[in-house]
Design a protein around this ligand. Structure first.
Ligand code: C5J
Length: 222
């Protein structure tokens, strides 16, 4: 099928139907709701909530076309054997990874707080990746899953823009994938960091990839 030209920066993004997946990064209660990891680090978690509706719109678009969807969760095994000491001890959070919080143990697989928000939750048939790092490729099967499905183009959404979204996008870019980040479908606890991340992704001719407005993406697919 012919590529679809998506208005984007620094230039049109050539979306390849049949070879494109949506990847939604870490839309978890641990980052978006009070009592989770994000709040334990001192952040105002309400700053991430504007991304919820745009992510839901992207999910609806991909599902309507039967295009692949991937969800990630930042999470650790209950024994924390996949959490390096450098990550566990970093900073001075109110609650550390593995501690008991109001939504269960912080950033631990299977706990209520580790779940993806209901508005963005995976449906049967969609790929779910539990990742112990900030990047979606670090110690996961993601690259093998993409290769098995012939996916070369990734549309990114999720939180937080400058941490797990940008890290995953850089990892994908280095692996040869064409990457597009939808601006309204990502948020940061720090608006200036979101703006800087969007700018650095599309700088230098798209050194990490492309960015596009959700309305432009939807119109191009209509
Ligand atoms: C962070 C993430 N910010 N999902 N994780 O620690 O961006």
């Amino acid at each position: 099928m012919a590529a679809i030209s998506i208005p984007a920066e620094p230039g049109p993004f050539p979306l390849a139907p049949g070879r494109t997946a949506l990847i939604v990064i870490d839309m978890q209660r641990d980052f978006l709701e009070p009592g989770g990891f994000g709040e334990a680090l001192g952040n105002d978690v309400s700053t991430l909530r504007p991304a919820i509706a745009p992510v839901a719109r992207l999910l609806a678009l991909f599902r309507a076309r039967g295009w692949p969807v991937i969800h990630t969760r930042e999470s650790h095994r209950p024994d924390l054997s996949d959490c390096p000491p450098a990550k566990l001890s970093r900073g001075a959070p109110g609650l550390r990874i593995g501690d008991q919080g109001p939504m269960g143990r912080i950033l631990v697989q299977g706990e209520a707080g580790n779940a993806i928000l209901p508005e963005c939750a995976p449906i049967p048939g969609e790929i779910e990746i539990d990742k112990p790092g900030k990047g979606a490729f670090h110690r996961t099967d993601l690259q093998a899953m993409l290769e098995a499905r012939g996916i070369s183009h990734l549309v990114f959404a999720g939180v937080t823009t400058e941490v797990c979204v940008q890290t995953s996008m850089r990892e994908a870019n280095d692996r040869g994938h064409e990457c597009l980040l939808i601006e309204e479908a990502t948020e940061s606890y720090f608006p200036a960091f979101k703006a800087a991340t969007l700018a650095m992704i599309r700088a230098q001719g798209g050194i990490v990839g492309w960015t596009a407005k959700l309305a432009d993406f939807e119109a191009a697919l209509a």
